[in-house]
Structure formats: structure tokens, C-alpha cells
Design a protein around this ligand. Structure first.
Ligand code: URA
Length: 486
């Protein structure tokens, strides 16, 4: 009997070194005890690393390596032996062994890799960072993964929360990110992570608001969010109450169910040719009968911009949503409420702004009684652009804020990459300054509290440039040259 060691046991490179040594010495799978796991070390023999090499030229496919990388994170003590057996058999029986899905070794490897994939998916969804009291922007999360996946998943969190300082503690290992690199260390306990933080309140309020009792399916919820993860999730504390109240809330919703919206699209009328001296009101009336693309058909009405005609600042969104379509006013639904909240935090008066959209009709997909938002196509954005230009030419703002990629592309051109351009001033040919930023609806689409907080912060940071501009307007500042976030 020979022994082979893999340290740390989830590490692909460590397993490859041991497997290469064993194969090089032509030690068959059944003659190796891996990491002392299988036989309690009683039969431990010479380490394969010390054996003389009898064969070279071992080659394995990238498919095998990617399965092996996942399998090694599983806690099954037999995983090293299984992988070596597969390696050995691929040399003996042919490289296409992995394609034989009914082979017991192949099937077992796939089962283990799948379990690790599931665990990884759950960890991505259910890690919750908490702010470390007394430290500036430092966060710690406690998580108990089923398998040894921390090293495998850490680069995901580093990419996702690149701008934060954070650590994740698990019972077997920890990892910390300082903004530049990952450092791994020993495991910890739940008590090592902060118990609670202020952002949890934001997340719980948000969760309670987006929880839709009409779509409650407790069985599906438990399979998506298994109960063993609930201890990591602040929102789980709300679930028993939300589930209990769901029946009453659904009945209330049914009683309040709105009538089918009354269509407000006027009969087809010849589109007048607008003249430069026509007022914004004339443009608004003409847009009400717009048929420049097919979106007028299912929509309730054209949602034109609103605000003072002499506004210095125009905010442009993508298109009206469900509530905007029903009410006829821009930014009155969930995204509008978030925008209002942020404007209020920054001391910006919404009434002083002109708010409009790149596309003036709601594009949606009907799913039962619900109308689900769909992004407008580029031809719909192009068809609607003349209305936006008519609005901008009447208002002649000093500053245009584009919320999201659709607005930014409608104003600044199709090639624009929002994430690369946001949070900086740009200059239009008209002389107006443009500030592209993220859309509040995108912020609300973030499905975990940390991503939500980060996305919201991005929007607040960008709109702070607008706040600065508004505060210093009187100084006739050249925004494009003079203002930056610093
Ligand atoms: N999203 C937008 O882009 N505009 C609105 O008016 C509402 C939601």
C-alpha cells in the first residue's frame, strides 16, 4: 500500500501533484490510500511523492480538470481515489470515458460536482455581510457551506464587492479581501461576525415590500431557500409572519383589483409637422396620438415628460412602467419612489426637474394578470427619439441626467458603455452637460442586500454630482471641466 497526500484537500494543484507522482510510478488506484481518510492510516505505506518515476507524458483534458476541481471541494473522503481511478481508467480505456454518463465512476463524479455546484450557488445567494462596528466600511459575513468551497468561490465575491473591505468566516476556513488581494486563514465561529447592522433594516423593509403574497409557493420557497440557510438571512425572520398574512393580503388584493385600464390613445390623427416655435404643450398633444412604432397598441397611453418648461435639469429614464402607464405620469412607480427617496436625501427638489423617458410607451409582456416590463428595442428607442429631442429643444436644459443605458444611448449614441461612462460629466454638441448613471429600477432588481446597498450607493454617488452642480449653479461653473467626484 502507498499513501498520497492532498493538502489542502480541496486544492486541484495539490491533487494533481500527488496524482502525477502516483501515475508516474505506475501505482494502480487500489494500491493508494489517499490522505489517510479511507483506511484510518493503518495500512499507510510509502508516500507516492518519493517513488521513482517510471512513466512520463500524462495528459488530461480540461473537461476532466474542471470536474476534478469541483469534486475536490466535496467532503466525501473517497473523492481523491475516485478522481485517480478516473484518471487511470482514461489512460487505460480511452480519453472519452467522461462521455459515458452511465459509468458508475463518471456518474459519481458528476453527482459530487453537482452537489458542489448547488452549494456554491446557495452561498452566492445567501451570504449576508454585516458592517463591523467602529470600522470604516468593513464587512464580515458568517456562512456554513456544506462543502469546502471557500477558495473556489472567493474570487466571485472579490469581483462582486471589489470596492469593499470584507471577510467571510466559515467553520473550516476564512477569507479576507482588502480591495487588492484575497488572504485565506483559519476558520471561525458565528460569534466572530457582527450580529446585526443598520443595512439589515433597509434590506428587511425592501424585502417585505417586494414580497408578493399572491405568488407565494411555500414548497418552492423552501427548495429555493432551504431552511438550513435561514439562520444566515435577516429576511428569513420576516417569513413566518409574511407567510401567515399571505392569505389575508391576497384577499385584499383581489378586492382592490383594478378594472382593466381604460385606453387613452386618441384615434389615429394625422401627425402635425412640428415647428420650432410650437410650445411643449403642442408637442405633448402630438405625442399623445403617436404611432411611430407598434408600442402604442397595447399601452394605455403616451407618458410624456413632466416638470417646468424652464427646468435647468432634465432627468431621462428608459420607458414608463406599469404604474406610469396607468397614471400617465413618469416615475411614480417603485423606481420613481426610490428616485424620490434619493433626491430627498440629497436635498434635490423633484419639482425643479423635468422628468421624462427615452421611450414614451410602456413595453410589457402579459403574464396572466401581470404586465412584465420588457426593455424597448433599439428601433423603438429610435422611433421615439424625435419626441425626446423636441422636449430637450423646448426646455434647453444646462444639464441632462441619463438614468440607465437606454437613456444614455438615446442621448449620447448607441456605442456608449454605461458602466464605463457613468458618474462623470460629458458634453453634448448643444453645450448641455450629460451625467450618465444607473437606473433606479436596476438598483431594485438586485436580489441580495449587499448588491442592493452597493447599487444604491452608485446611484447616490453619481447624483451627488448633480447636487453639487445645483448647489454651485450660481457660480456659472463649467461642469464638464470643473466638477468631478473628488
Ligand atoms: N422607469 C423609467 O425608466 N421611467 C419611468 O417613468 C418609470 C420607471
Amino acid at each position: 500500500m502507498f499513501t498520497a497526500r492532498v493538502d489542502p484537500p480541496w486544492d486541484l494543484e495539490a491533487w494533481r501533484v500527488a496524482a502525477r507522482a502516483a501515475w508516474g510510478a505506475q501505482v494502480p488506484p487500489e494500491a493508494i490510500e489517499w490522505n489517510g481518510d479511507a483506511q484510518g492510516g493503518l495500512l499507510a505505506g510509502q508516500d507516492v511523492a518519493a517513488l521513482p518515476r517510471r512513466r512520463d507524458g500524462l495528459r488530461v483534458s480540461s473537461d476532466f480538470l474542471s470536474v476534478a476541481a469541483a469534486v475536490l471541494c466535496h467532503r466525501d473522503p473517497q473523492r481523491f481515489a475516485l478522481l485517480y481511478r478516473l484518471l487511470w481508467r482514461m489512460e487505460m480505456e480511452g480519453r472519452d470515458l467522461l462521455a459515458h454518463a452511465t459509468d458508475p465512476d463518471v456518474r459519481r463524479a458528476q453527482v459530487l460536482a453537482k452537489a458542489v455546484g448547488r452549494d456554491t450557488h446557495k452561498m452566492k445567494a445567501f451570504v449576508r455581510f454585516r458592517e463591523v462596528p467602529g470600522e470604516d466600511e468593513a464587512f464580515v459575513a458568517w456562512f456554513e457551506p456544506e462543502h469546502q468551497i471557500l477558495d473556489r468561490i472567493a474570487p466571485f465575491f472579490a469581483r462582486r464587492f471589489a470596492g469593499m473591505r470584507w471577510a467571510i468566516l466559515t467553520p473550516y476556513r476564512s477569507v479576507a479581501w482588502d480591495g487588492t488581494g484575497l488572504a485565506f486563514g483559519p476558520g471561525g465561529t458565528r460569534a466572530d461576525a457582527p450580529a446585526d447592522d443598520a443595512r439589515e433594516a433597509l434590506w428587511k423593509t425592501y424585502y417585505a415590500n417586494i414580497f408578493n403574497p399572491a405568488r407565494l409557493n411555500p414548497t418552492m420557497m423552501r427548495s429555493e431557500m432551504p431552511q438550513k440557510y435561514w439562520k444566515h438571512l435577516p429576511e428569513a425572520q420576516l417569513l413566518p409572519d409574511l407567510i401567515q398574512q399571505a392569505g389575508v393580503r391576497v384577499r385584499e388584493m383581489a378586492e382592490r383589483a383594478p378594472e382593466a385600464p381604460r385606453r387613452r390613445i386618441p384615434d389615429a390623427a394625422p401627425q402635425p409637422t412640428l415647428r420650432a416655435e410650437d410650445s411643449l404643450e403642442v408637442v405633448r398633444d402630438a405625442a399623445a396620438a403617436c404611432r411611430r412604432c407598434e408600442l402604442w397598441q397595447p399601452a394605455t397611453r403616451t407618458v410624456f415628460g413632466e416638470g417646468p418648461v424652464d427646468a435647468k435639469v432634465v432627468l431621462i429614464g428608459e420607458q414608463p412602467g406599469d404604474e406610469e402607464d396607468l397614471s400617465g405620469r413618469p416615475f411614480v412607480g417603485p423606481a420613481g419612489r426610490l428616485l424620490d427617496q434619493i433626491l430627498a436625501e440629497l436635498g434635490i427638489d423633484r419639482q425643479a426637474l423635468y422628468l421624462t423617458n427615452a421611450v414614451k410607451h410602456f413595453r410589457f409582456e402579459q403574464r396572466g394578470k401581470r404586465r412584465l416590463h420588457r426593455n424597448p428595442s433599439s428601433s423603438q428607442v429610435a422611433a421615439c427619439r424625435p419626441w425626446l429631442m423636441e422636449e430637450l429643444s423646448r426646455i434647453d436644459p444646462a444639464v441632462v441626467v441619463c438614468l440607465g443605458a437606454t437613456a444614455a444611448q438615446a442621448v449620447m449614441g448607441g456605442g456608449l458603455k454605461l458602466m464605463a461612462s457613468r458618474g462623470r460629466w460629458h458634453r453634448l454638441e448643444s453645450g448641455a452637460c450629460v451625467l450618465p448613471t444607473v437606473h433606479p429600477a436596476w438598483v431594485l432588481r438586485q436580489r441580495d442586500p449587499d448588491a442592493l446597498a452597493q447599487a444604491r450607493r452608485a446611484l447616490v454617488d453619481d447624483l451627488r454630482l448633480l447636487q453639487m452642480w445645483m448647489a454651485r449653479q450660481g457660480e456659472a461653473l463649467d461642469v464638464a471641466a470643473g466638477l468631478s467626484r473628488s
